[in-house]
Design a protein around this ligand. Structure first.
Ligand SMILES: *Cc1c(COP(=O)(O)O)cnc(C)c1O
Length: 437
């Protein structure tokens, strides 16, 4: 098969081969699978043979989705799960156990910050947060017990662009993998593995599905990290794995670059159970088939909206790395050659009066008609959110400054409607919210 991006997104992972010969990947709505013989069952249980077993561990519709995402990211294997949150959790749990340590960007998605700061702390996994642009801070935070560095390729809401290569080099110098959450960029705008990331995670709920209908998550094993270089550091991969006939995962799956994915699937998905349903796998596959077309539209429309906002008198800042004025314009030119993602933010001009600013923000958001007020991104519809009232409502003023947002910051996720309609809607809501009008 051809290896162009569009060919992969439409065809990878599936060849009609059942008696029915369905050209589209079927929804295999089944919990379990009949084994050909007892010997066959024993071989599949012991990982001597690949085969379907029980749908908590994997379902044929899900396997097509996994292969397709792995191919789009240029990885060796992928594991799909029920949500992006589950993908992040099991990836980091497979790397760091109690007493070990992770260094993470402080710009991460709020749900991930909660997971790392609160739940991982309960479990004895320590996490330090650093400004993702401060390379010295990444280096200084690393300890002998550090097992991963973690950041997003493009952050939300202010669209900061990670210097993936620089952070990957720091991780590798310390002998640990770099994990990148590529949800906002998608593999169409960036493949973090090409810049040194070893594991790539996604909330497939967002752009991979793209229609705002189905939750899902996926972790891609790029196959680049050498867990065999320091075997004592990674016993989960280099010691016999008692539960499946004393297989050493690194010996069995290391040569094909799939050892980490095998660990995540056979241990963390199996034990914790955040399995992706066959129906959601199918929905996410439908989304993937148009990924490049959708992202190209999202990207172009978002840039047009950002340019409109940058010229508007009511707007004091636009946080979009496709604008030459952005501190991340150079990073965007290097890491996002096809354009910047459609999730970005802007600030309404603050007046100095907190109450007046609050009521202005409310008038603007409530005045939008086409753009929907929704706690989500990456939908086909254009969405708006007010971080200070929603995702970031528990932050202190100091933390606001650190994240680079204010009380008048508005987040947009530009959808697939006509860009002229999106801009007209934002223009009328800005006019309606203007205190001088
Ligand atoms: C939404 C999101 C997640 C969590 O994904 P869910 O599918 O909502 O569980 C993780 N990372 C980023 C960057 C996200 O936007």
């Amino acid at each position: 098969m051809s290896d162009g991006f569009a060919s992969i997104q439409v065809q990878a992972g599936y060849t009609p081969g059942t008696p029915q010969n369905a050209v589209a990947p079927p929804i295999y709505q089944t919990t379990a699978y009949e084994f050909a013989s007892l010997q066959d069952a024993a071989d599949i249980f012991a990982l001597r043979k690949v085969g379907n077993l029980y749908s908590r561990a994997g379902n044929p519709t899900q396997l097509v989705f996994e292969e397709r995402v792995a191919a789009l990211e240029g990885g060796r294997a992928a594991v799909a799960v029920a949500s992006g949150q589950a993908a992040v959790a099991i990836t980091l749990l497979a790397l760091a156990k109690s007493g070990e340590h992770i260094v993470a960007a402080r710009q991460l998605y709020g749900g991930t910050v909660d997971l790392l700061q609160d739940t991982f702390a309960d479990w004895g996994i320590e996490v330090d947060f650093v400004d993702q642009d401060d390379l010295d801070a990444w280096r200084a935070a690393i300890r002998p017990t550090t097992r991963a560095l973690f950041a997003e390729s493009v952050t939300n809401p202010t669209a900061q662009v990670l210097d993936v290569r620089a952070v990957a080099d720091i991780a590798h110098a310390a002998g640990v993998p770099l994990v990148v959450d590529n949800t906002v960029a998608t593999p169409f705008l960036q493949r973090p593995g090409e810049h040194g990331a070893d594991l790539v995670v996604h909330s497939a709920t967002k752009y991979l599905g793209g229609h705002g209908t189905s939750m899902g998550g996926v972790v891609v094993d790029i196959g680049s990290f050498d867990f065999g270089a320091e075997p004592t550091r990674w016993p989960q991969l280099t010691q016999p794995y008692a539960r499946v006939g004393d297989v050493v995962l690194w010996e069995r799956f290391g040569p094909s670059g799939q050892a980490f994915a095998a660990l995540v699937k056979t241990k963390y998905v199996h034990d914790l159970g955040p399995s992706l349903s066959p129906f959601n796998s199918f929905q996410l596959l439908q989304g993937l088939e148009t990924l490049d077309l959708r992202i190209a539209r999202h990207t172009a429309s978002a840039l047009a909206v950002a340019q409109f906002l940058a010229e508007h008198a009511s707007v004091s800042a636009v946080h979009h790395p496709g604008l030459g004025s952005s501190p991340w314009a150079d990073a965007a030119a290097r890491y996002l050659p096809r354009g910047a993602p459609a999730v970005f933010a802007f600030d309404l001009e603050p007046s100095g009066d907190t109450d007046a600013d609050r009521s202005r923000v409310h008038r603007f958001v409530d005045g939008l008609r086409l753009v929907k007020l929704v706690a989500n991104i990456g939908d086909a519809r254009s969405l708006v959110a007010h971080p200070a009232s929603m995702t970031h409502s528990h932050l202190t003023d100091e933390q606001f400054a650190e994240v680079g947002i204010s009380k008048t910051t508005i987040r947009l996720s530009i959808g697939l409607e006509d860009p002229a309609d999106i801009i007209a809607d934002i223009a009328q809501a800005l006019a309606a919210s203007d205190p001088h009008a």
